[in-house]
Design a protein around this ligand. Structure first.
Ligand SMILES: Cc1cc2nc3c(=O)[nH]c(=O)nc-3n(C[C@H](O)[C@H](O)[C@H](O)COP(=O)(O)OP(=O)(O)OC[C@H]3O[C@@H](n4cnc5c(N)ncnc54)[C@H](O)[C@@H]3O)c2cc1C
Length: 394
C-alpha cells in the first residue's frame, strides 16, 4: 500500500452530496477527505438545476454572492408547452426564500465553487483522480476504504465512511447494501444543438413525447425522454428520434437534422432506493442511497439536503466519539420520508412525460386542473423549490 491516510471522515464521491458534506464537516472543524475518481467536474451530462432551497443554504453559508458571480440563468417559473398550449407548472415567486428562482448553472461551476469554499478549511482535502475500490472492515465494523489514485494504491482509515458515489455506487454492495427499484426506468437522449442569437425555446415541450431545452448561452443542451431500452444506437433509432423531434417541436426537429449518432448520449434513468442506508461505520447519502429521476430536476437539491442533515446530526457526534449505527439511523429517519414522497411524485410524472397524444386531444386531467386553478402553481413551486422537507444548517 503506497499511501496511508487517517482522517475523521472519508467521503467517496465529489458530487453535490459529497462536496457539500465535506464542506460542512470541515467547517465544523473535522478532518475530511473527499475522494473523486475524475480529475475535474467537467461532465456535461450532470444536472444543472439549483433550486431556491439550495440557494437559501448557500445564503446561510455566506456563499450566495460567490454563487451568483458564476455563470447562471434564473427561472422564476417552470412552464410547459403541451402541443403548443403553454402552462405554468411551478411558480417560485412567492417562496419565503431570499432567491425566488430556480437557477441553471453548469454543474462543474457549482461543484468548483463548493470545492473552493471547502478548501478554505484546514481539515478539508479533495483527492482527485482517486477511485474508491472497497471498504476496509475490522471486527464487523467498516473502518475505512481502499482506493487507487495517481500515486498508486491508498488506504484511508476513518471514523466514518460516507458513500456519496452516486447511483452506480459499487461501494454499498461491498458493504452488503443493495437498492430496490421504485419504478420502471426511462432513458434520456442527451445532445447539443447550435443556438442562433436571441433564439429561445419553451423549457419543457410535451404531448407527442418530451423535450427539455436547457439554454447554455452558446448552445442548447437537449434532453429527450424515451421509454427505457428503446434506444440501441442504430442509424434507424437516430432517424426515428429526428422524426419524433419534428412532431414535438418543428423548430428543434429542424435544428436536429445534422445531429450525428456519435453526438447523442444515452443516459439511463433509474428510480430506486436502499431500504437501509447504513451499516456500522458507513452511511450512504444522495443518489447512492436513492437514485433520482430527472423529473422536476430535484436530485441535486435532495442530495444537498441529505448532506446538510448528515452534518447537522453527525457533526456534533463526531466531535465526541465514533458514530454508532443508531446515530446513522437518525440520518436515514430524517431523510427517508422526503425521498419516498419525491420518488412517488417522480413516478407519477413518468407516464405523462412519455405520453404521446394527437395534437387535437384534450389536455390530460392534471394539466386541465393546473390551467383551471393557476394558483396551484405556487403550491407545486413550493414542493419543487423547497422540497418535501427543507433542511437548514442549524
Ligand atoms: C439524465 C439525468 C438528468 C438529471 N438532471 C437533473 C437536473 O437537471 N437537476 C437535478 O437536480 N437533478 C438531476 N438529475 C439527478 C441528479 O443528477 C442526481 O440526483 C444528483 O447528481 C445526485 O448527486 P450525488 O452527489 O448523490 O451523486 P452524483 O452527482 O452522481 O456524484 C457522485 C460522484 O461520485 C464519483 N464517483 C463514483 N464512483 C466513485 C468511486 N468509486 N470513487 C470515487 N468517486 C466516485 C462520480 O464521479 C461523481 O462525481 C438527473 C439525473 C439524470 C439521470
Amino acid at each position: 500500500m503506497d499511501t496511508r491516510i487517517e482522517t475523521d471522515v472519508v467521503i467517496a464521491g465529489g458530487g453535490p452530496a459529497g462536496l457539500m458534506l465535506g464542506l460542512l464537516l470541515a467547517r465544523r472543524g473535522l478532518d475530511v477527505a473527499v475522494l473523486e475518481k475524475h480529475a475535474d467536474f467537467l461532465r456535461d451530462f450532470r444536472g444543472d438545476t439549483i433550486h431556491p432551497s439550495t440557494q437559501e443554504l448557500l445564503g446561510e453559508l455566506g456563499l450566495l454572492d460567490e454563487f451568483l458571480a458564476r455563470p447562471h440563468a434564473d427561472m422564476p417559473r417552470i412552464t410547459l408547452s403541451w402541443h403548443g398550449t403553454v402552462l405554468t407548472m411551478a411558480d417560485f415567486r412567492r417562496l419565503p426564500t431570499r432567491r425566488k428562482v430556480m437557477s441553471f448553472m453548469p454543474q462543474w461551476d457549482f461543484l468548483d465553487m463548493l470545492a473552493d469554499a471547502a478548501a478554505r478549511y484546514d481539515g478539508f482535502r479533495l483527492l482527485r483522480s482517486t477511485r474508491v475500490d472497497d471498504v476496509i472492515r475490522e471486527s464487523g465494523r467498516i473502518v475505512g476504504v481502499t482506493a487507487t489514485g495517481p500515486e498508486g494504491r491508498a488506504e484511508i482509515r476513518a471514523r466514518l465512511v460516507v458513500d456519496a458515489s452516486g447511483r452506480d455506487s459499487t461501494l454499498r454492495g461491498g458493504a452488503g447494501l443493495a437498492p430496490v427499484g421504485v419504478a420502471a426506468a426511462m432513458d434520456v437522449l442527451w445532445f447539443r444543438l447550435p443556438k442562433q442569437a436571441g433564439e429561445t425555446h419553451p423549457f419543457v415541450q410535451a404531448g407527442a413525447g418530451m423535450i427539455i431545452a436547457i439554454d447554455r448561452d452558446d448552445f442548447f443542451q437537449i434532453a429527450h425522454v424515451i421509454p427505457a431500452g428503446s434506444w440501441t444506437g442504430t442509424p434507424d433509432d437516430l432517424a426515428r428520434m429526428k422524426q419524433r423531434l419534428l412532431r414535438i417541436s418543428p423548430r428543434i426537429g429542424a435544428a436536429a437534422a445534422d445531429v450525428q449518432l456519435d453526438g447523442v448520449h444515452l443516459l439511463r434513468v433509474r428510480l430506486e432506493r436502499l431500504r437501509r442506508w447504513y451499516v456500522d461505520g458507513m452511511l450512504c447519502i444522495g443518489d447512492a442511497a436513492h437514485a433520482m429521476s430527472p423529473a422536476g430536476g430535484v436530485g441535486i437539491n435532495l442530495a444537498i439536503q441529505d448532506a446538510v442533515a448528515t452534518a447537522r446530526i453527525l457533526g456534533p457526534v463526531l466531535r465526541k466519539r465514533n458514530p454508532r449505527p443508531a446515530d446513522l439511523r437518525r440520518v436515514q429517519r430524517r431523510r427517508m420520508w422526503p425521498v419516498v414522497v419525491t420518488q412517488a411524485v417522480q413516478r407519477a410524472m413518468q407516464r405523462p412525460l412519455l405520453a404521446t397524444s394527437p395534437s387535437d386531444a384534450p389536455l390530460p386531467r392534471p394539466l386541465r386542473t393546473m390551467r383551471r386553478h393557476p394558483a396551484l402553481a405556487h403550491l407545486t413551486g413550493r414542493f419543487v423549490g423547497l422540497g418535501a422537507r427543507p433542511e437548514h444548517l442549524v
